[in-house]
Design a protein around this ligand. Structure first.
Ligand SMILES: Nc1ncnc2c1ncn2[C@@H]1O[C@H](COP(=O)(O)OP(=O)(O)OP(=O)(O)O)[C@@H](O)[C@H]1O
Length: 452
């Protein structure tokens, strides 16, 4: 699979929102932005909000406009030091720029152009099919990955629980890397490296360098020259080896085992781990200098629990993969509920395995029936949807709250609020969709509230 060819240069489009500015300033701003090629469009994905950000209420304005696209705050007044600017970012702004007249228009256009290019990459069929998911939290991390891959040479550190897609993400970054010299992604799993042979694995060796070295060998750094080296399970690398790798990662020079000749290799490094490397540093098992070298850009892949809105699209994707020649069957409501309620400790890998187990039992027809669900996956008698007693995270949360003096009513309100927040987040703020997910009526003013 390979990424498609880049599209022709598109005009820069942005929604332009001007809040309470004198007509003269608003007019100048609009004119200058047009001069540098920005075309205001009510339907654009990204937004420019022009306002005096030093005045009260700016963060509320940002919050009101924040959506799936990116939002640039253009402030006509300087941003005071302190929390004002950060509050705008927390409210949903992607960046804050102080408008200084014509010369600000060029960097504004540059940002908007970059964001638009990244969005176009994200929407390519190759990307959407390779790493499935449209939830805001997934889109945000994918966006960062695409940007790093296409527009930087940064070393990327991918963290996340097992099965969240770290290796697949590394492949995507390699595929989107525009360097013409790249070959295949070179993958080394650090958890399987035998310490005595690690030098040879990484640096290669010359014939006769050690007993058993009957022929010369090209190591991973050399193989990755011009492309990408992916170190999976980097948290398992012994500290001594981390020190040995520093030079080549820093300077791109190394010697094969048994040779005095310095060789050069230019590669992008991608590392992945499900370990907490900060804790590793505190414990002395991970070198801080090594950490800084490998983490030019850090991507934390969310667990499936944090992106439940992606569960059904992923299942449908795995069905399509398994049945490429026909329309994949729909999930019947009870199976859908089961798939949504089930825990996935191995994240997308677990979900994929479940989807394949179901589809392998399916005997045709438009709908996945209850009998297609393997026996081991069926709910226990007395199971009530949504209530999984014994869930340790739920039990811990309840214990903490009760210990803090909460009543049953407080717990109920807390759960409702969380459910609303989660449903709205995975529905991209669409109250109707959120309400349908929650099984509650949508009130006339569009805000989803639980029926009491
Ligand atoms: N977003 C996704 N879209 C489609 N398939 C995915 C996605 N994320 C993960 N997968 C699939 O899930 C499985 C696990 O993915 P991957 O090996 O990339 O995870 P990982 O985080 O590297 O796992 P580990 O930590 O165990 O090495 C693979 O079969 C992969 O194809």
């Amino acid at each position: 699979m390979s990424p498609e060819r880049p599209a022709a240069v598109a005009p820069i489009e942005a929604r332009l929102e001007i809040a309470d500015l004198p007509a003269g300033i608003a007019g100048a701003l609009d004119r200058e932005l047009r001069t540098v090629g920005v075309r205001p469009s009510a339907t654009a994905h990204n937004t420019v909000l022009a306002l005096d950000a030093s005045r009260p209420g700016a963060a509320d304005r940002v919050r009101g406009l924040a959506g799936p696209g990116r939002l640039l705050v253009l402030s006509t007044a300087p941003i005071p030091a302190g929390d004002t600017g950060w509050a705008l970012l927390r409210a949903g702004a992607s960046d804050v720029v102080v408008w200084g007249g014509a010369e600000t228009a060029v960097p504004v256009a540059r940002r908007l152009r970059r964001w638009q290019n990244v969005d176009m990459l994200l929407d390519r069929p190759y990307v959407r099919e390779f790493l499935v998911g449209g939830s805001p939290v997934w889109r945000a991390v994918l966006r960062e990955a695409v940007e790093a891959a296409r527009f930087t040479a940064a070393a990327v550190l991918i963290t996340g629980e097992s099965g969240t897609g770290k290796e697949r993400m590394a492949q995507l970054i390699h595929d989107l890397d525009p360097r013409p010299t790249k070959k295949k992604l070179v993958i080394l799993d650090c958890s399987t490296i035998v310490p005595t042979l690690s030098g040879s694995e990484f640096f290669g060796h010359e014939k006769g360098a050690f007993t058993g070295a009957a022929a010369p060998r090209t190591g991973a750094f050399e193989l990755a020259d011009g492309g990408t080296l992916f170190l999976d399970e980097v948290g398992e690398l012994p500290v001594t080896l981390q020190a040995e790798l520093l030079r080549v990662i820093q300077e791109g020079t190394f010697k094969r085992v048994g040779s005095n000749l310095w060789r050069k290799s230019s590669f992008r490094l991608i590392c992945a781990t499900n370990r907490d490397l900060l804790a590793g540093q505190a414990a002395g098992t991970f070198r801080p200098d090594f950490f800084h070298r490998i983490s030019g850009c850090t991507l934390r892949l969310p667990s499936l629990r944090e992106r439940t809105g992606d569960v059904i699209p992923l299942v449908e994707h795995f069905f399509r993969e398994a049945l490429p020649d026909r329309e994949p069957p729909r999930l019947s409501p009870a199976v859908r509920e089961l798939v949504l309620q089930r825990p996935y400790p191995g994240n997308v890998r677990d979900l994929r395995a479940l989807a394949l187990r179901i589809i392998h039992r399916h005997l045709g027809g438009d709908e996945i029936s209850l009998g297609d669900v393997p026996e081991a996956e069926r709910p226990e008698p007395g199971h009530r949807p949504g209530i999984r007693t014994g869930d340790p995270r739920l039990a811990g949360w309840v214990r903490d709250r009760l210990g803090g003096g909460a009543t049953l009513a407080d717990l109920t309100v807390g759960v409702e609020e969380e459910a609303l927040r989660a449903a709205l987040l995975s529905a991209d703020g669409d109250a109707g969709r959120a309400a349908r997910t929650l099984g509650i009526p949508v009130p006339r003013d569009g805000a989803a509230v639980p029926a009491r």
